[in-house]
Write a protein that binds this ligand. Structure first.
Ligand code: NOJ
Length: 550
Protein backbone atom coordinates (compact mmCIF):
# COMPACT_ATOMS: atom_id res chain seq x y z
CA UNK A 1 0.00 0.00 0.00
CA UNK A 2 1.30 3.40 -0.94
CA UNK A 3 2.45 5.69 1.90
CA UNK A 4 -0.39 8.15 2.36
CA UNK A 5 2.02 11.05 2.81
CA UNK A 6 3.44 10.53 -0.66
CA UNK A 7 0.08 9.76 -2.21
CA UNK A 8 -2.46 11.74 -4.13
CA UNK A 9 -6.09 10.73 -3.87
CA UNK A 10 -8.65 11.17 -6.61
CA UNK A 11 -12.27 11.57 -5.61
CA UNK A 12 -14.96 10.15 -7.84
CA UNK A 13 -18.58 11.17 -7.51
CA UNK A 14 -19.92 7.90 -8.82
CA UNK A 15 -23.14 9.29 -10.21
CA UNK A 16 -21.37 11.82 -12.41
CA UNK A 17 -18.10 10.24 -13.50
CA UNK A 18 -18.80 7.83 -16.34
CA UNK A 19 -21.92 6.01 -17.44
CA UNK A 20 -21.17 2.66 -19.04
CA UNK A 21 -24.76 1.36 -19.08
CA UNK A 22 -26.32 4.29 -20.92
CA UNK A 23 -29.01 5.03 -18.33
CA UNK A 24 -27.76 8.57 -17.64
CA UNK A 25 -26.19 7.78 -14.24
CA UNK A 26 -22.49 7.20 -13.75
CA UNK A 27 -21.71 3.66 -12.62
CA UNK A 28 -19.01 1.29 -11.39
CA UNK A 29 -18.24 -0.14 -14.81
CA UNK A 30 -17.75 3.43 -16.00
CA UNK A 31 -15.10 3.94 -13.33
CA UNK A 32 -13.33 0.74 -14.35
CA UNK A 33 -13.37 1.90 -17.96
CA UNK A 34 -11.50 5.07 -16.96
CA UNK A 35 -8.84 3.50 -14.72
CA UNK A 36 -6.20 3.85 -17.41
CA UNK A 37 -6.79 7.60 -17.40
CA UNK A 38 -6.33 7.70 -13.62
CA UNK A 39 -3.16 5.60 -13.85
CA UNK A 40 -1.83 8.02 -16.48
CA UNK A 41 -2.60 10.92 -14.15
CA UNK A 42 -0.59 9.11 -11.48
CA UNK A 43 -3.02 8.94 -8.56
CA UNK A 44 -2.52 6.31 -5.86
CA UNK A 45 -6.01 5.93 -4.44
CA UNK A 46 -9.52 6.54 -5.61
CA UNK A 47 -12.19 7.54 -3.09
CA UNK A 48 -15.51 6.51 -4.51
CA UNK A 49 -18.62 8.19 -3.08
CA UNK A 50 -21.34 5.79 -1.85
CA UNK A 51 -22.64 3.24 -4.34
CA UNK A 52 -24.64 1.22 -1.79
CA UNK A 53 -28.40 0.65 -1.93
CA UNK A 54 -30.14 3.92 -1.28
CA UNK A 55 -33.35 5.74 -2.11
CA UNK A 56 -30.98 8.51 -3.34
CA UNK A 57 -32.63 11.36 -1.45
CA UNK A 58 -29.11 12.61 -0.77
CA UNK A 59 -27.39 10.92 -3.70
CA UNK A 60 -26.33 7.81 -1.82
CA UNK A 61 -25.47 9.44 1.53
CA UNK A 62 -28.71 7.87 2.72
CA UNK A 63 -27.80 4.18 2.79
CA UNK A 64 -30.51 1.54 3.06
CA UNK A 65 -28.21 -1.50 2.74
CA UNK A 66 -24.46 -1.15 3.34
CA UNK A 67 -23.58 -4.53 1.86
CA UNK A 68 -25.44 -4.23 -1.44
CA UNK A 69 -24.65 -2.28 -4.56
CA UNK A 70 -27.43 -0.01 -5.75
CA UNK A 71 -28.61 -1.29 -9.15
CA UNK A 72 -28.21 2.17 -10.68
CA UNK A 73 -24.46 1.78 -10.08
CA UNK A 74 -24.12 -1.91 -11.07
CA UNK A 75 -23.51 -5.18 -9.26
CA UNK A 76 -21.19 -6.66 -6.64
CA UNK A 77 -19.26 -8.32 -9.51
CA UNK A 78 -18.67 -4.88 -10.99
CA UNK A 79 -17.21 -3.69 -7.68
CA UNK A 80 -14.98 -6.77 -7.42
CA UNK A 81 -13.79 -6.19 -10.95
CA UNK A 82 -13.06 -2.53 -10.20
CA UNK A 83 -11.00 -3.44 -7.13
CA UNK A 84 -9.04 -6.06 -9.09
CA UNK A 85 -8.42 -3.77 -12.07
CA UNK A 86 -7.39 -0.94 -9.74
CA UNK A 87 -4.86 -3.22 -8.04
CA UNK A 88 -3.32 -4.12 -11.40
CA UNK A 89 -2.66 -0.44 -11.98
CA UNK A 90 -1.43 0.31 -8.46
CA UNK A 91 -4.61 2.20 -7.56
CA UNK A 92 -6.26 1.39 -4.23
CA UNK A 93 -9.99 1.84 -3.72
CA UNK A 94 -11.31 3.80 -0.74
CA UNK A 95 -14.98 3.38 0.12
CA UNK A 96 -17.25 5.89 1.77
CA UNK A 97 -18.75 4.82 5.09
CA UNK A 98 -21.81 6.86 5.98
CA UNK A 99 -22.14 5.97 9.64
CA UNK A 100 -23.60 9.04 11.32
CA UNK A 101 -27.01 8.10 9.93
CA UNK A 102 -28.83 5.52 7.83
CA UNK A 103 -31.62 6.00 5.36
CA UNK A 104 -35.04 5.76 6.97
CA UNK A 105 -35.58 2.93 4.44
CA UNK A 106 -32.92 0.84 6.22
CA UNK A 107 -34.38 -2.30 7.79
CA UNK A 108 -33.13 -1.20 11.24
CA UNK A 109 -35.15 2.00 11.02
CA UNK A 110 -38.16 0.22 9.57
CA UNK A 111 -38.14 -2.13 12.58
CA UNK A 112 -37.75 0.85 14.90
CA UNK A 113 -40.81 2.43 13.28
CA UNK A 114 -42.76 -0.73 14.11
CA UNK A 115 -41.97 0.02 17.74
CA UNK A 116 -39.32 -2.72 18.22
CA UNK A 117 -37.39 -1.42 21.26
CA UNK A 118 -34.20 -3.24 20.21
CA UNK A 119 -34.02 -1.23 16.98
CA UNK A 120 -35.44 1.96 18.44
CA UNK A 121 -32.27 1.99 20.51
CA UNK A 122 -30.24 2.01 17.25
CA UNK A 123 -31.47 5.55 16.68
CA UNK A 124 -32.14 8.66 18.74
CA UNK A 125 -35.82 8.78 19.66
CA UNK A 126 -36.99 11.28 22.25
CA UNK A 127 -40.23 12.66 23.64
CA UNK A 128 -41.33 16.07 22.45
CA UNK A 129 -42.27 19.01 24.63
CA UNK A 130 -45.98 19.10 24.07
CA UNK A 131 -46.31 19.70 20.35
CA UNK A 132 -42.74 20.98 20.15
CA UNK A 133 -39.68 18.93 19.15
CA UNK A 134 -37.26 17.78 21.90
CA UNK A 135 -34.79 20.61 21.12
CA UNK A 136 -34.53 23.59 18.80
CA UNK A 137 -31.57 22.11 16.88
CA UNK A 138 -31.48 22.76 13.17
CA UNK A 139 -30.89 20.27 10.39
CA UNK A 140 -27.87 21.03 8.19
CA UNK A 141 -30.25 20.97 5.25
CA UNK A 142 -32.64 23.50 6.81
CA UNK A 143 -35.57 23.23 9.24
CA UNK A 144 -35.75 21.54 12.65
CA UNK A 145 -33.57 18.45 13.17
CA UNK A 146 -36.33 16.28 14.68
CA UNK A 147 -39.16 14.48 12.92
CA UNK A 148 -42.30 13.36 14.72
CA UNK A 149 -43.56 9.77 14.37
CA UNK A 150 -47.27 9.79 15.37
CA UNK A 151 -47.49 6.02 15.79
CA UNK A 152 -44.74 6.07 18.43
CA UNK A 153 -45.52 9.53 19.76
CA UNK A 154 -41.78 10.18 19.63
CA UNK A 155 -39.36 12.26 17.58
CA UNK A 156 -36.20 11.00 15.89
CA UNK A 157 -33.07 13.06 15.30
CA UNK A 158 -31.88 13.77 11.75
CA UNK A 159 -28.98 16.20 11.52
CA UNK A 160 -29.37 16.03 7.72
CA UNK A 161 -32.45 15.22 5.64
CA UNK A 162 -35.45 13.67 7.39
CA UNK A 163 -34.71 10.57 5.30
CA UNK A 164 -31.34 10.28 7.14
CA UNK A 165 -31.90 9.18 10.75
CA UNK A 166 -28.97 9.61 13.14
CA UNK A 167 -27.58 6.42 14.65
CA UNK A 168 -27.09 5.98 18.37
CA UNK A 169 -23.36 5.26 18.71
CA UNK A 170 -23.71 5.03 22.47
CA UNK A 171 -25.36 1.67 21.87
CA UNK A 172 -22.48 -0.86 21.61
CA UNK A 173 -24.57 -3.05 19.28
CA UNK A 174 -24.67 -0.23 16.74
CA UNK A 175 -20.90 0.11 16.89
CA UNK A 176 -20.55 -3.66 16.34
CA UNK A 177 -22.86 -3.52 13.30
CA UNK A 178 -20.77 -0.72 11.79
CA UNK A 179 -17.50 -2.56 12.41
CA UNK A 180 -18.93 -5.56 10.59
CA UNK A 181 -19.66 -3.40 7.56
CA UNK A 182 -16.07 -2.15 7.52
CA UNK A 183 -14.80 -5.74 7.79
CA UNK A 184 -17.07 -6.76 4.93
CA UNK A 185 -15.61 -4.18 2.52
CA UNK A 186 -12.08 -4.71 3.75
CA UNK A 187 -12.44 -8.37 2.99
CA UNK A 188 -13.68 -7.49 -0.51
CA UNK A 189 -10.38 -5.68 -1.08
CA UNK A 190 -10.99 -2.03 -0.15
CA UNK A 191 -7.63 -0.44 0.67
CA UNK A 192 -8.96 2.50 2.61
CA UNK A 193 -12.03 4.26 3.94
CA UNK A 194 -13.53 7.70 4.16
CA UNK A 195 -15.88 8.26 7.08
CA UNK A 196 -18.69 10.71 6.43
CA UNK A 197 -19.22 13.51 9.02
CA UNK A 198 -17.70 11.19 11.57
CA UNK A 199 -17.05 13.82 14.23
CA UNK A 200 -20.81 14.18 14.73
CA UNK A 201 -21.49 10.63 15.87
CA UNK A 202 -20.99 11.04 19.62
CA UNK A 203 -24.07 12.83 20.90
CA UNK A 204 -24.35 14.45 24.35
CA UNK A 205 -25.97 12.67 27.27
CA UNK A 206 -28.52 15.41 27.78
CA UNK A 207 -30.37 16.99 24.88
CA UNK A 208 -31.08 20.67 25.46
CA UNK A 209 -32.00 23.79 23.47
CA UNK A 210 -29.17 25.80 22.00
CA UNK A 211 -29.88 29.37 23.02
CA UNK A 212 -27.22 30.86 20.78
CA UNK A 213 -26.69 28.47 17.90
CA UNK A 214 -28.15 25.63 15.84
CA UNK A 215 -27.15 22.88 18.27
CA UNK A 216 -23.84 21.94 16.72
CA UNK A 217 -21.79 22.80 19.79
CA UNK A 218 -23.46 19.92 21.65
CA UNK A 219 -22.65 17.14 19.20
CA UNK A 220 -19.57 18.30 17.23
CA UNK A 221 -16.40 16.46 18.37
CA UNK A 222 -18.70 14.98 21.03
CA UNK A 223 -17.87 13.43 24.40
CA UNK A 224 -16.81 9.90 23.31
CA UNK A 225 -15.61 10.62 19.79
CA UNK A 226 -11.95 9.73 20.24
CA UNK A 227 -12.78 6.54 22.08
CA UNK A 228 -15.27 5.45 19.38
CA UNK A 229 -12.90 6.16 16.50
CA UNK A 230 -10.08 4.25 18.08
CA UNK A 231 -12.33 1.31 18.85
CA UNK A 232 -13.57 1.26 15.26
CA UNK A 233 -10.05 1.37 13.85
CA UNK A 234 -8.54 -1.19 16.20
CA UNK A 235 -11.38 -3.70 16.13
CA UNK A 236 -11.54 -3.74 12.33
CA UNK A 237 -7.78 -3.74 11.77
CA UNK A 238 -7.81 -0.59 9.64
CA UNK A 239 -5.18 1.28 11.68
CA UNK A 240 -2.57 0.54 9.03
CA UNK A 241 -4.79 1.35 6.11
CA UNK A 242 -5.48 4.81 4.70
CA UNK A 243 -8.44 6.41 6.42
CA UNK A 244 -9.85 9.88 6.30
CA UNK A 245 -12.55 11.38 8.47
CA UNK A 246 -14.78 14.17 7.27
CA UNK A 247 -14.97 16.65 10.15
CA UNK A 248 -17.78 19.15 10.30
CA UNK A 249 -17.16 22.50 12.11
CA UNK A 250 -14.25 20.99 13.98
CA UNK A 251 -11.20 22.46 15.76
CA UNK A 252 -7.47 22.20 15.18
CA UNK A 253 -7.02 20.60 18.56
CA UNK A 254 -9.60 17.90 17.87
CA UNK A 255 -8.06 17.14 14.45
CA UNK A 256 -4.61 16.73 15.92
CA UNK A 257 -6.16 14.21 18.29
CA UNK A 258 -7.91 12.34 15.44
CA UNK A 259 -4.78 11.98 13.34
CA UNK A 260 -1.73 11.71 15.61
CA UNK A 261 -0.39 8.29 14.60
CA UNK A 262 0.00 7.02 18.17
CA UNK A 263 -3.69 7.64 18.84
CA UNK A 264 -4.61 5.04 16.20
CA UNK A 265 -7.82 6.79 15.15
CA UNK A 266 -7.48 8.02 11.54
CA UNK A 267 -4.69 8.73 9.02
CA UNK A 268 -6.00 12.22 8.26
CA UNK A 269 -9.02 14.44 8.25
CA UNK A 270 -10.88 16.95 6.17
CA UNK A 271 -11.94 20.22 7.71
CA UNK A 272 -13.70 23.07 5.94
CA UNK A 273 -12.72 26.33 7.58
CA UNK A 274 -10.86 27.59 4.50
CA UNK A 275 -13.97 26.98 2.42
CA UNK A 276 -16.08 29.36 4.48
CA UNK A 277 -14.08 32.52 3.81
CA UNK A 278 -16.73 33.68 1.34
CA UNK A 279 -19.68 33.12 3.72
CA UNK A 280 -20.96 36.49 4.91
CA UNK A 281 -21.19 36.41 8.72
CA UNK A 282 -20.61 32.66 8.51
CA UNK A 283 -23.82 32.11 6.55
CA UNK A 284 -23.32 29.96 3.45
CA UNK A 285 -26.44 31.47 1.88
CA UNK A 286 -25.20 35.07 2.07
CA UNK A 287 -22.79 35.92 -0.73
CA UNK A 288 -19.45 37.63 -0.24
CA UNK A 289 -16.14 37.89 -2.10
CA UNK A 290 -13.56 35.51 -0.60
CA UNK A 291 -11.65 37.10 2.25
CA UNK A 292 -8.13 36.24 1.07
CA UNK A 293 -6.44 37.46 4.19
CA UNK A 294 -8.58 35.13 6.25
CA UNK A 295 -7.83 32.32 3.82
CA UNK A 296 -4.11 32.85 4.34
CA UNK A 297 -4.49 32.99 8.11
CA UNK A 298 -6.40 29.73 8.14
CA UNK A 299 -3.89 27.93 5.95
CA UNK A 300 -1.04 29.11 8.16
CA UNK A 301 -2.79 28.27 11.42
CA UNK A 302 -3.84 24.77 10.35
CA UNK A 303 -0.73 23.80 8.45
CA UNK A 304 1.72 24.97 11.09
CA UNK A 305 -0.57 23.85 13.90
CA UNK A 306 -0.96 20.34 12.52
CA UNK A 307 2.79 20.04 12.10
CA UNK A 308 3.42 21.20 15.65
CA UNK A 309 0.83 18.82 17.06
CA UNK A 310 1.93 15.88 14.90
CA UNK A 311 -1.37 15.54 13.02
CA UNK A 312 -2.03 15.14 9.30
CA UNK A 313 -4.45 16.94 6.98
CA UNK A 314 -6.20 16.23 3.74
CA UNK A 315 -5.52 19.25 1.52
CA UNK A 316 -8.19 20.12 -1.01
CA UNK A 317 -10.30 22.82 -2.64
CA UNK A 318 -13.06 20.79 -4.23
CA UNK A 319 -15.43 17.96 -3.52
CA UNK A 320 -19.02 17.02 -4.33
CA UNK A 321 -20.33 19.44 -1.70
CA UNK A 322 -18.45 22.50 -2.90
CA UNK A 323 -18.69 24.89 -5.84
CA UNK A 324 -15.74 24.64 -8.24
CA UNK A 325 -12.58 26.31 -6.91
CA UNK A 326 -11.65 27.97 -10.21
CA UNK A 327 -15.01 29.77 -10.28
CA UNK A 328 -14.88 30.62 -6.61
CA UNK A 329 -11.28 31.56 -5.81
CA UNK A 330 -9.88 31.96 -9.31
CA UNK A 331 -11.22 33.33 -12.57
CA UNK A 332 -13.15 31.05 -14.88
CA UNK A 333 -12.92 33.61 -17.70
CA UNK A 334 -9.79 35.50 -18.72
CA UNK A 335 -7.32 33.81 -16.36
CA UNK A 336 -8.98 30.42 -16.29
CA UNK A 337 -5.83 28.42 -16.99
CA UNK A 338 -3.47 30.51 -14.86
CA UNK A 339 -5.78 30.61 -11.87
CA UNK A 340 -6.64 26.90 -12.01
CA UNK A 341 -2.93 26.06 -12.03
CA UNK A 342 -2.17 28.51 -9.24
CA UNK A 343 -4.87 27.02 -7.02
CA UNK A 344 -3.53 23.54 -7.68
CA UNK A 345 0.07 24.51 -6.95
CA UNK A 346 -0.93 26.40 -3.81
CA UNK A 347 -2.16 23.26 -2.05
CA UNK A 348 -0.23 20.43 -3.67
CA UNK A 349 3.03 21.56 -2.07
CA UNK A 350 1.47 21.95 1.37
CA UNK A 351 1.95 19.52 4.23
CA UNK A 352 -0.78 16.89 3.94
CA UNK A 353 -2.29 14.54 1.40
CA UNK A 354 -3.79 16.26 -1.66
CA UNK A 355 -7.18 15.28 -3.02
CA UNK A 356 -8.14 15.93 -6.63
CA UNK A 357 -11.86 16.01 -7.24
CA UNK A 358 -13.00 14.72 -10.61
CA UNK A 359 -12.86 17.46 -13.24
CA UNK A 360 -10.73 19.78 -11.10
CA UNK A 361 -7.71 18.52 -13.03
CA UNK A 362 -9.14 19.92 -16.25
CA UNK A 363 -10.38 23.17 -14.69
CA UNK A 364 -14.09 22.36 -14.66
CA UNK A 365 -16.16 25.40 -13.65
CA UNK A 366 -19.47 26.00 -11.86
CA UNK A 367 -22.55 24.64 -13.62
CA UNK A 368 -23.83 27.90 -15.09
CA UNK A 369 -27.50 26.84 -14.65
CA UNK A 370 -30.01 29.62 -15.16
CA UNK A 371 -33.25 28.12 -13.78
CA UNK A 372 -34.08 26.48 -10.46
CA UNK A 373 -35.53 23.52 -12.36
CA UNK A 374 -32.04 22.58 -13.51
CA UNK A 375 -30.84 21.93 -9.95
CA UNK A 376 -31.13 18.48 -8.36
CA UNK A 377 -29.62 18.73 -4.87
CA UNK A 378 -31.98 18.42 -1.92
CA UNK A 379 -30.05 21.08 0.00
CA UNK A 380 -30.24 23.60 -2.88
CA UNK A 381 -33.94 23.01 -3.42
CA UNK A 382 -34.69 23.33 0.31
CA UNK A 383 -32.68 26.51 0.61
CA UNK A 384 -34.22 28.09 -2.46
CA UNK A 385 -37.56 27.91 -0.63
CA UNK A 386 -36.03 29.06 2.65
CA UNK A 387 -34.46 32.09 0.93
CA UNK A 388 -37.80 33.01 -0.65
CA UNK A 389 -39.33 32.69 2.81
CA UNK A 390 -36.69 35.08 4.15
CA UNK A 391 -37.94 37.69 1.70
CA UNK A 392 -35.52 37.31 -1.21
CA UNK A 393 -36.95 37.66 -4.72
CA UNK A 394 -36.81 34.65 -7.06
CA UNK A 395 -33.96 36.30 -8.91
CA UNK A 396 -31.97 36.94 -5.73
CA UNK A 397 -32.58 33.44 -4.40
CA UNK A 398 -31.49 31.92 -7.71
CA UNK A 399 -28.31 33.97 -7.70
CA UNK A 400 -27.37 32.55 -4.28
CA UNK A 401 -28.12 28.99 -5.38
CA UNK A 402 -26.11 29.50 -8.59
CA UNK A 403 -23.07 30.40 -6.51
CA UNK A 404 -23.48 28.05 -3.58
CA UNK A 405 -25.23 24.94 -4.86
CA UNK A 406 -23.49 21.62 -4.37
CA UNK A 407 -24.66 20.79 -7.91
CA UNK A 408 -21.83 23.04 -9.16
CA UNK A 409 -19.51 20.21 -8.25
CA UNK A 410 -21.80 17.43 -9.41
CA UNK A 411 -22.12 18.08 -13.13
CA UNK A 412 -20.89 15.16 -15.23
CA UNK A 413 -17.21 14.68 -15.94
CA UNK A 414 -16.31 16.35 -19.23
CA UNK A 415 -14.47 13.72 -21.25
CA UNK A 416 -14.83 15.20 -24.72
CA UNK A 417 -16.66 17.80 -26.82
CA UNK A 418 -19.47 15.50 -27.96
CA UNK A 419 -23.16 16.10 -27.11
CA UNK A 420 -23.08 14.56 -23.63
CA UNK A 421 -19.40 15.25 -23.01
CA UNK A 422 -18.57 11.55 -23.45
CA UNK A 423 -20.25 10.91 -20.08
CA UNK A 424 -23.32 9.00 -21.26
CA UNK A 425 -25.14 7.84 -24.34
CA UNK A 426 -28.42 8.30 -22.51
CA UNK A 427 -30.11 11.30 -20.93
CA UNK A 428 -27.77 12.66 -18.20
CA UNK A 429 -29.37 12.80 -14.76
CA UNK A 430 -28.17 16.38 -14.40
CA UNK A 431 -27.49 19.00 -17.05
CA UNK A 432 -24.03 19.14 -18.63
CA UNK A 433 -22.42 22.60 -18.78
CA UNK A 434 -22.06 24.06 -22.29
CA UNK A 435 -18.35 24.69 -21.77
CA UNK A 436 -17.62 20.95 -22.15
CA UNK A 437 -17.00 21.83 -25.78
CA UNK A 438 -13.73 23.50 -24.81
CA UNK A 439 -13.03 22.19 -21.31
CA UNK A 440 -12.60 18.44 -21.60
CA UNK A 441 -10.07 15.66 -21.09
CA UNK A 442 -9.60 14.89 -24.77
CA UNK A 443 -8.58 18.47 -25.61
CA UNK A 444 -6.24 18.80 -22.65
CA UNK A 445 -4.46 15.55 -23.32
CA UNK A 446 -3.37 17.03 -26.64
CA UNK A 447 -1.78 20.05 -24.96
CA UNK A 448 1.23 19.70 -22.66
CA UNK A 449 0.64 23.18 -21.30
CA UNK A 450 -2.88 22.26 -20.13
CA UNK A 451 -4.20 22.26 -16.58
CA UNK A 452 -4.40 18.49 -16.83
CA UNK A 453 -0.70 18.10 -17.56
CA UNK A 454 0.05 20.50 -14.73
CA UNK A 455 -1.82 18.31 -12.22
CA UNK A 456 -0.03 15.27 -13.54
CA UNK A 457 3.28 16.97 -12.92
CA UNK A 458 2.33 18.02 -9.37
CA UNK A 459 1.33 14.47 -8.54
CA UNK A 460 4.63 13.12 -9.86
CA UNK A 461 6.71 15.76 -8.02
CA UNK A 462 5.32 14.68 -4.63
CA UNK A 463 6.84 11.26 -5.23
CA UNK A 464 10.16 12.55 -6.50
CA UNK A 465 10.91 15.24 -3.91
CA UNK A 466 10.79 14.01 -0.31
CA UNK A 467 10.56 17.57 1.01
CA UNK A 468 7.01 17.82 -0.38
CA UNK A 469 5.79 14.82 1.53
CA UNK A 470 7.93 15.16 4.65
CA UNK A 471 9.25 18.68 5.04
CA UNK A 472 8.29 21.17 7.72
CA UNK A 473 6.19 24.13 6.68
CA UNK A 474 6.56 27.79 7.44
CA UNK A 475 4.45 30.64 6.06
CA UNK A 476 5.90 34.07 5.30
CA UNK A 477 4.62 37.39 3.88
CA UNK A 478 1.85 36.93 6.41
CA UNK A 479 0.70 40.54 6.23
CA UNK A 480 0.54 40.67 2.44
CA UNK A 481 -3.07 40.79 1.28
CA UNK A 482 -2.48 39.21 -2.09
CA UNK A 483 0.35 36.72 -1.86
CA UNK A 484 0.27 33.31 -0.26
CA UNK A 485 3.84 32.24 0.41
CA UNK A 486 5.43 29.36 2.27
CA UNK A 487 8.61 27.31 2.55
CA UNK A 488 8.96 23.59 2.97
CA UNK A 489 12.18 22.34 4.47
CA UNK A 490 13.88 19.10 5.45
CA UNK A 491 17.52 18.10 6.08
CA UNK A 492 18.28 18.05 2.39
CA UNK A 493 16.29 20.72 0.63
CA UNK A 494 14.27 23.88 0.66
CA UNK A 495 11.17 24.52 -1.38
CA UNK A 496 9.73 28.03 -1.75
CA UNK A 497 6.19 28.56 -3.00
CA UNK A 498 4.60 31.89 -3.93
CA UNK A 499 1.10 32.45 -5.25
CA UNK A 500 -0.62 35.63 -6.29
CA UNK A 501 -4.17 34.95 -5.11
CA UNK A 502 -5.59 37.84 -7.12
CA UNK A 503 -6.25 38.76 -10.75
CA UNK A 504 -4.03 41.85 -10.53
CA UNK A 505 -0.30 42.42 -10.91
CA UNK A 506 1.35 42.82 -7.55
CA UNK A 507 4.67 43.82 -6.09
CA UNK A 508 6.04 41.68 -3.33
CA UNK A 509 7.88 43.09 -0.37
CA UNK A 510 11.46 41.90 -0.27
CA UNK A 511 12.24 39.33 2.38
CA UNK A 512 14.94 36.75 2.94
CA UNK A 513 12.78 33.76 2.14
CA UNK A 514 12.38 35.11 -1.38
CA UNK A 515 16.07 34.99 -2.18
CA UNK A 516 16.06 31.76 -4.08
CA UNK A 517 19.18 32.24 -6.23
CA UNK A 518 20.60 28.95 -7.35
CA UNK A 519 17.24 27.26 -7.06
CA UNK A 520 15.47 25.40 -9.85
CA UNK A 521 11.90 26.08 -10.90
CA UNK A 522 9.89 22.98 -10.02
CA UNK A 523 6.56 24.24 -11.25
CA UNK A 524 5.09 27.51 -12.48
CA UNK A 525 2.19 28.83 -14.50
CA UNK A 526 3.75 31.55 -16.69
CA UNK A 527 6.39 31.24 -19.38
CA UNK A 528 9.87 32.53 -18.57
CA UNK A 529 9.83 31.93 -14.81
CA UNK A 530 13.09 29.99 -15.01
CA UNK A 531 14.89 33.19 -15.90
CA UNK A 532 13.09 35.67 -13.63
CA UNK A 533 13.76 34.03 -10.34
CA UNK A 534 13.51 37.32 -8.42
CA UNK A 535 9.78 36.91 -7.51
CA UNK A 536 9.51 40.61 -6.86
CA UNK A 537 6.63 41.20 -9.19
CA UNK A 538 3.85 38.72 -9.72
CA UNK A 539 1.49 38.62 -12.66
CA UNK A 540 -2.24 37.86 -12.17
CA UNK A 541 -2.60 34.51 -10.38
CA UNK A 542 1.09 33.84 -10.86
CA UNK A 543 2.41 30.79 -9.09
CA UNK A 544 5.96 29.51 -8.78
CA UNK A 545 7.72 26.85 -6.72
CA UNK A 546 11.51 26.84 -6.49
CA UNK A 547 13.61 24.03 -5.07
CA UNK A 548 17.20 23.95 -3.95
CA UNK A 549 19.54 21.54 -2.24
CA UNK A 550 20.78 22.69 1.15
C1 NOJ B 1 -21.24 14.89 3.91
C2 NOJ B 1 -21.35 14.46 2.49
O1 NOJ B 1 -20.17 14.80 1.83
C3 NOJ B 1 -22.57 15.13 1.93
O2 NOJ B 1 -22.66 14.99 0.54
C4 NOJ B 1 -23.78 14.56 2.63
O3 NOJ B 1 -24.94 15.24 2.22
C5 NOJ B 1 -23.65 14.71 4.15
N1 NOJ B 1 -22.35 14.36 4.64
C6 NOJ B 1 -24.64 13.82 4.85
O4 NOJ B 1 -24.27 12.48 4.70
Amino acid sequence: MADFRKSTIYQIYTKSFMDASGDGFGDIKGVTARLDYLAWLGVDYVWLTPFFCSPQRDNGYDVSDYRKVDPIFGTMEDVEELIAEGKKRGIGLMFDMVFNHTSTDHVWFQKALEGDPYYMDYYIFRDGRGSLPPTNWESKFGGNAWKYVPKLDKWYLHLYDEGQADLNWDNPKVREELKDIVRFWKQKGAEGFRFDVVNLVSKPEVFQDDTHGDGRRFYTDGPHIHEYLRELAEDTGICDMITVGEMSSTSLEACIGYTKPERRELSMCFHFHHLKVDYKDGDKWELMEPDRRKLKELFAAWQEGMEKGGGWEAVFWCNHDQPRAVSRFGDDGKYWKESAKMLAGAIHFMRGTPYVYQGEEIGMTNAGYDAIGQFRDVESLNYYEILLGRGKSQEEALKVIQERSRDNGRTPMQWDASGNAGFTEGEPWIRIPDNHQTINVEEERKDEDSILYFYRRLIALRKQYPVIAQGDIHFFLREDEHVLAYCREDDQALLTVVCNLTGKDCTVEDCEALHVEGAALLAGNYPGQEETIAIQKLRPYEFAAYWRQK
